[in-house]
Design a binder for this molecule. Structure first.
Ligand code: BTN
Length: 313
């Protein structure tokens, strides 16, 4: 339990009670109350104790931690920043310093965020922008499957909000034919071992979409017609991802193929995949095989694609 959970659980709570529950000194209680006030909570102090008033659901690391029901190996530490150039760049720096698996950085806004093939990614306030440091014991050639299992975790999380989504191979999640989330997986590896993986995830939650994206992107707020508690969404997502990640690392990818293909976007439609090196494969999208490769029925036979940008023809 953290101090915020204690304050949220009662109308008024004495300093002594907080000291006892958390096993900390009076000075430490004062310090934590001061920090909470600094990050935006309104806390009234009286002779009877402290009470939380006003908006109780801000978005910060306390809120995220307090919603995590169980300890997670993929989220041992979570840090929230009001603004960063990119959570991805920040976590990659930690990875290079040999930080352990499970470090997550979340930012309210990013000023230099990017997506696949270094495309600019728009990250206004109100969205959910975060990166996770992972160190799975898998072969480097298995790493691309992490994008696929992350999309499954996102899909399952959206389902908890009663939202049906589709996965556009390999890294986009779509709702009503518009992009709601994107995934970026970057890694450092040697020939036969992964040093680290940083998974960056951007989800349009309550953020206002830039005019140029309104036709092709969508936010959760727009789908549901209400604001969504981002700390809750993130906690739900992390719990789902932890389970999927453990299964994937222990048992492999095959168990996810059916689920991935069930709602794959543009299934049985004619698509093109551009690998970014002037190779374009065109044909009918048959979904992924057991190795996560996209199967395309082309005029000259079946082709299996490992990576690239998929477009509907
Ligand atoms: C894509 O659709 O190409 C992937 C987009 C990934 C964006 C996320 S937001 C959090 C993290 N920080 C970044 O700079 N990028 C990722």
């Amino acid at each position: 339990m953290n101090i915020l959970e204690i304050l949220k659980s009662k109308k008024i709570v004495s300093g002594n009670a907080i000291e006892e529950v958390l096993g900390i000194s009076r000075a430490a209680v004062h310090k934590q109350i001061k920090t909470l006030k600094q990050i935006g909570y309104k806390i009234k102090s009286s002779s009877k104790g402290y009470s939380l008033i006003g908006n109780k659901n801000l978005f910060n690391e306390y809120e995220i931690e307090s919603r995590l029901k169980n300890p997670l190996k993929i989220c041992k530490t979570v840090k929230y920043y009001k603004q960063l150039p990119s959570t991805q760049t920040s976590v990659k720096k930690l990875a290079e310093k040999n930080f352990e698996e499970g470090f997550i950085i979340v930012a309210e806004k990013q000023t230099n965020s990017y997506g696949r093939i270094k495309r600019t990614w728009s990250s206004n306030a109100g969205g959910l922008w975060f990166s996770i440091l992972l160190k799975p014991l898998i072969r480097p050639d298995e790493a691309s499957k992490l994008t696929l299992i992350l999309s499954i975790a996102l899909k399952r999380t959206l389902k908890e909000y009663k939202i049906d989504s589709e996965i556009k191979w390999s890294n986009d999640v779509f709702v009503n034919d518009r992009k709601i989330a994107g995934i970026l997986v970057e890694m450092s590896a040697e020939q036969d071992r992964i040093n680290w993986i940083v998974a960056g995830i951007g989800i349009n939650i309550n953020n206002k979409l830039p005019a140029k994206f309104v036709d092709i992107s969508i936010s959760l707020k727009e789908v549901l017609g209400r604001e969504v508690d981002r700390a809750e969404f993130l906690a739900k997502f992390l719990a789902k991802f932890e389970e999927i990640y453990n299964n994937f690392c222990n048992t492999g990818f095959e168990m996810f193929v059916e689920e991935y293909n069930r709602d794959i976007a543009y299934k049985n439609e004619i698509v093109t995949i551009d690998d970014g090196y002037n190779n374009i494969v065109s044909g009918v999208n048959l979904g992924i095989d057991k190795d996560g490769r996209l199967m395309i029925n082309t005029k000259v036979g079946l082709e299996k694609v490992i990576s690239g940008t998929l477009r509907r023809k």
